[in-house]
Design a protein. Structure first.
Length: 139
């Protein structure tokens, strides 16, 4: 069974200057392009939700890799041309990190938040996961 360690949430907001027909055409093109970009970047279970003045996108990724997130931002930022802007959130399902991106006019900015351990059990588990396994010695 596949394991998905990261969930991505994205929201594209449309310019109020767009006509209804232009917004629908743009939304259709965004969905096609995002499906391709996210799929090529390892995104699975891509889901779109239209809200009228915005497009929400959600999908899952096998890992939590900042290099992949940056590559996706490079490509998706090109879809923000003054008619749209976007926010993206990548959530590590182990609740270790939140990667947050703002995309506007072909550029992006980022913020990464490390979440504090709620208590000693989580802290001990995190320490154990970061401790390298002993190397077997042989002859």
């Amino acid at each position: 069974m596949a394991r998905h360690d990261t969930e991505m949430f994205c929201r594209f907001v449309y310019s109020p200057e767009l006509s209804y027909d232009a917004l629908l055409a743009l939304e259709t093109a965004l969905k096609v392009e995002l499906t391709a970009v996210l799929g090529e970047g390892g995104g699975e279970f891509i889901h779109f939700e239209e809200t009228g003045d915005a497009l929400r996108v959600q999908c899952a990724f096998a890992g939590c890799d900042e290099d992949v997130f940056h590559a996706l931002c490079d490509r998706i930022a090109q879809l923000t041309d003054g008619r749209t802007e976007a926010g993206m959130l990548f959530v590590d399902k182990d609740l270790q990190l939140l990667h947050i991106y703002a995309l506007h006019d072909g550029t992006w900015r980022e913020c990464c938040l490390g979440l504090p351990a709620p208590g000693p059990l989580t802290a001990a588990a995190a320490d154990k996961a970061q401790t390298p396994a002993p190397v077997a010695q042989g002859r």
